[in-house]
Write a protein that binds this ligand. Sequence first.
Ligand code: NAP
Length: 282
Amino acid sequence: MKTLLLPSGSAIPILGQGTWYMGEDPVQKQREIDALRLGMDLGITLIDTAEMYADGGAEEIVGKAILGRRSEAFLVSKVYPHNADRRGMQAACERSLRRLGSEYIDLYLLHWRGAVPLAETLEALAALKKAGKIRDFGVSNFDSSDMLEACELPGGEQIAVNQVLYNLMRRGIEWDLLPWCRRRSVPVMAYSPLESAASEQRRLLNNPQLKAVARRHEVSAAQIALAWLLRQEQIIVIPKAVDPLHVRENRAALDIVLTAQDLLELDQAFSPPLRSIPLAMR
Ligand code: NAP
């Protein structure tokens, strides 16, 4: 699996597996564990989760999927903003570690900005890192002004990633956030790369130009949407898939090489931003 370097010097895989909505339905649990294991078998060892997902249920699914193979996995989890103070974060991290069945989290993110002062959150994250509970930390759903503010604070220089909504239909970050992160060598993790809501996903994947590019490559529209993200520098992509066919397709998207003509057609179908627009979020 291709990796890129975090500011700490650690390597992070550029393709991962999301887990939002996993752990909610007891009937689906084994399928979800099997999907994550299949992904790992195919080399997709980065797994993204959060204490929020299914109230810890997704972290438990991840814990079962990585049982006996912790060393292969790169685990990303997220802390709720309301737990992101000194005491709350330590307890939240311990709970996540217990559910994951792991002694450490590779990358721990503030899920979104809340009421706790950023300086306190960064101090708490740095303390967890020093204690060896997490290897790296970062943020999620931070816009340019949040990033500027955070990076000026003590510990801010350690921010390893910013996880944000980014896909062909949501290109707003290309205006300023993405260039800023690239200049500072802070990788962006693209969440909902295929649009999680069914109606929006249909709108994306049924786009005629996207389908035409997919036909030329003899792959699915979803694979082209992922390949478009994966080809970019400093981007990590974390589609969630339970269907084993989807897991295999997503792994195969790594091998697709888009041509200049493909990129032109995709730009015509999904235009880049022409002005600053507020950060899109789930
Ligand atoms: P997504 O991964 O873009 O889309 C998930 C949907 O796409 C599922 O319904 C899945 O179906 C389907 N799918 C996956 N691969 C496919 C393929 N090759 N062809 C067709 N359909 C495919 O949306 P997401 O779950 O919102 O985002 C991914 C991950 O990002 C999340 O799971 C979560 O870990 C993270 N996330 C973070 C935040 C944040 O605030 N930081 C917000 C949202 C998401 P099946 O499951 O049936 O295979």
